[in-house]
Design a protein around this ligand. Structure first.
Ligand code: DGJ
Length: 740
């Protein structure tokens, strides 16, 4: 495993048992891309892989040689202005207005392990032998620019992590106006692009389309990774499916504006790139200053989309998420948001917590509405002192009462925001983003605090620390409920403005860093008006995130299914809420709501006192189930089996690492009548082992369950009283366990 360097030919071959990634110094000094895919044998050189051909009209690098055109070569980190007509990976604007640049190879360094990225979330190693990192140094002497391309290859994972670092080495300043984390040229475009697209309340729906000539992209220009797109795309071969075939995943470890695009050129080659969105981005660099891009995580799978997802799950669960809670069983919580919204008293809150404790729930979370003069969403964000009208004993009082019940106490914050009606805004109107000579857009009646300013981040950090210090708080829900519109930092010069989007998110990371370091045992859950910032960057600080504000049991199946393309079960905050559901007005049975929520960090979001005795009994049983199985559910291997986007049923399963047990969940959205026979092919079992199945009186070998399938046919055409008739919006669990 590791980085093989062929100094004489200038070939760098990063490989492990599963993958190869090869680049080479090209005759003009820039870097060319040779190969990325499943492992191939190493050789001193692969000169033929840098395919050169004469093409009419192509700008050529060497006089008299019409075959060396950057427009047609597969490059590693392409420049603007030196003959490549496709989208560049980066762009630099000099003082004289020139945007031409050309970085040429100068040297390399290989080091064990993986370096941290200062101020940015990043995948990490626990010991240096887990990975090796290659740093390639390039230089553009005309602009005095230095560029370092960073590559990490892991021993265990079919993963390449990439990022880039720019430095200005000369007296004249220049501006970086585009700096992708990764650009990858692939020799053909016979792929379909899968991305996760949606909106608030329907985040991360699966979107799949064939690549076509031109650019197809996903992006966010909202200042957060967004409900609309997730910073992820996969390229799958047209014949690849969930279980077989070639797939390349590209995920960006970043929570702000991003762009990810696939560009198919006229020769049918493909350039895929991802990084900070160039819109509104302009980063000035003076002599000696550096800019480090966020990192991108490339996964290669020859076992279909599930193979790709399983790599992301394990990598992100164990080498991106960190801290005390990374490997611990997550507490089962009850959150009061949908139970009370902001209309609560100490008594009503306590009553929910008390009932929760009786039912075995471990953590009570007090959501929005506990601070300042907050009665609705028009006031008080930024005033992080308890609302004594609602909570006479303050947070300390209610937190102590809850902990006396034997439960933990959790608290909601929205640190990045301020209400126009607040003491904070009155005192510091210049702390919000937006230009003072214009009306600033409000989102949910609130402004965005300018986190590009250290003093703002520090102030909010201190207020949050005060609360967390004086009260026994063991969980924080960190919310963020509006996009960033008026991008302007008051009192800062022109040069600063193009850095604000990125500095804003760096400020968020800084605050997370400060609080997670000061309170290492507190469990942080990220949230952004539901799942508006559910991304790998957040996972670095908060090992779980609130998936969506849509808590409908049927809608959640789709959201969890889409989210599972990248994110592990352990990262998905899932709650059972009341019926009729507050978003869809649908009434999914309690059992089905819980079955869906089991595959995540489980909790409730309803007034437990309003449940009937029978329902409370069900809740008690669900809580018992989760306590018994959560470790398995969070660490097992997750397989998508049937897509809710394609069928009226959905199914997924989790298999233990030793393959001795598996839990299959089947969701039915519409009850069919007198339908045909149905078999669900399972995955991940050992073909030679015999398994018993929870609701069957026969056993099957693993090969049968995976090749023939588990029979799911209804045993009746739809008549009443049949045990197999379930109805709309129902779900069932099937255990598969080795015999004996
Ligand atoms: C949006 C979150 O997604 C909800 O769960 C809740 O915390 C509200 N904000 C509170 O304002």
């Amino acid at each position: 495993m590791g980085v093989i360097v062929h100094e004489t030919t200038g070939v760098f071959h990063l490989c492990n048992d599963q993958i190869s990634y090869m680049i080479r110094k090209m005759p003009n000094g820039q870097l060319g891309q040779l190969y990325y895919g499943s492992r191939i044998r190493d050789r001193e050189d692969f000169p033929h892989l840098l395919e050169r051909a004469h093409r009419d009209m192509a700008p050529c690098v060497f006089p008299g040689d019409t075959t060396f055109s950057l427009e047609h070569l597969k490059q590693e980190y392409p420049a603007f202005g030196t003959g490549d007509m496709r989208y560049p990976a980066y762009e630099i604007c000099r003082e004289n207005g020139s945007r031409i640049s050309s970085f040429c190879y100068r040297g390399y360094r290989v080091r064990p392990g993986k370096p941290e990225l200062c101020g940015l979330p990043a995948v990490y190693v626990e010991s240096e032998d887990e990975a090796e990192t290659l740093e390639i140094a390039l230089e553009d002497p005309v602009i005095g620019g230095k560029l370092t391309l960073l590559y990490t290859i892991f021993e265990e994972f079919p993963v390449i992590v990439r990022s880039a670092r720019f430095e200005n080495g000369q007296d004249l300043p220049w501006e970086l106006t585009r700096a992708m984390s990764i650009s990858l040229d692939l020799p053909d475009c016979r792929y379909e692009m899968l991305d996760l697209a949606g909106a608030s309340l329907r985040e991360r729906y699966v979107d799949l389309h064939r690549l076509h000539p031109g650019v197809q992209s996903i992006h966010s220009m909202r200042g957060h990774s967004s409900h609309q797109f997730n910073p992820f795309l996969a390229l799958k071969r047209e014949n690849a499916d969930e279980h077989t075939g070639e797939v390349i995943g590209l995920s960006l470890v970043y929570s702000g504006n991003f762009l990810a695009q696939a560009e198919v050129d006229t020769m049918g080659t493909l350039r895929v790139m991802a990084g900070i969105h160039p819109e509104g981005f302009c980063w000035p660099l003076k002599k000696g200053e550096e800019f480090q891009t966020p990192e991108a995580v490339l996964v290669y799978s020859d076992q279909g989309l599930n193979g790709m997802s399983q790599v992301y799950h394990k990598l992100y669960r164990t080498r991106l998420a960190r801290g005390h809670w990374r490997d611990r069983e997550r507490p089962i919580l009850v959150n009061n948001w949908e139970a009370t919204y902001m209309k609560f008293t100490e008594e009503s809150i306590y009553a929910i917590a008390k009932k929760a404790g009786e039912l075995g729930i471990e953590l009570f979370v007090l959501d929005d509405g506990w601070f300042g003069k907050r009665e609705d969403d028009t006031s008080s964000l930024g005033d992080w002192t308890p609302n004594r009208k609602k909570l006479p004993g303050g947070i300390a009082g209610i937190a102590r009462s809850v902990t006396k019940l034997g439960m933990q106490f959790g608290l909601w914050f929205e640190p990045e925001m301020v209400s126009p009606k607040s003491e904070l805004y009155e005192a510091h109107p210049d702390w919000v983003l937006g230009s003072s000579d214009r009306e600033i857009c409000r989102g949910r009646h609130q402004y965005v605090l300018d986190f590009s300013k250290d003093e703002v981040v520090n102030y909010i950090g201190e207020r949050m620390e005060d609360i967390l210090r004086e009260s026994p708080v063991s969980y924080v829900k960190w919310d963020m409920n509006r996009s960033i519109s008026d991008l302007f930092s008051v009192g800062r010069d022109r040069e600063h403005q193009g850095t604000v989007y990125h500095r804003q998110i760096l400020g968020v990371y800084r605050l997370y860093d400060r609080l997670t370091k000061a309170f290492p045992q507190v469990l942080f859950e990220s949230c952004a008006s539901g799942g508006g910032r559910f991304d790998p960057g957040m996972l670095f600080y908060a090992p779980q995130g609130w998936l969506s504000d849509d808590t409908d049991g049927a809608e959640r199946v789709k959201i969890q299914y889409g989210t599972s393309y990248v994110y592990p079960v352990s990262s998905m905050g899932n709650h059972v809420s009341a019926v009729p559901n507050h978003q869809t007005f649908r009434s999914v049975p309690l059992a089905a709501r819980a079955i869906c929520a089991y595959f995540g960090a489980f909790g409730y979001e309803l007034d437990l006192n309003l449940l009937t005795e029978e329902e409370q009994g069900q809740v008690r049983e669900q809580v018992r189930f989760v306590k018994e199985h959560r470790r398995f559910l969070h660490t097992g291997i997750f397989y998508r089996l049937r897509s809710p986007f394609e069928e009226k049923e959905a199914a997924w399963m989790v298999v233990s690492e030793d393959r001795k047990k598996a839990l299959v969940a089947v969701f039915r959205f519409r009850q069919p009548v007198n339908r045909g026979y149905d078999r669900l092919r399972l995955a991940g079992l050992c073909p030679e082992w015999e398994y018993e199945i929870s609701d069957r009186d026969y056993c099957c070998f693993g090969d049968e369950l995976m090749q023939v399938g588990l029979i799911l046919s209804d045993r009746a055409s739809g008549v009443l009283n049949s045990e197999t008739v379930q109805g709309d919006d129902t779900a069932r669990l099937i255990w598969v366990r080795t015999v004996g």
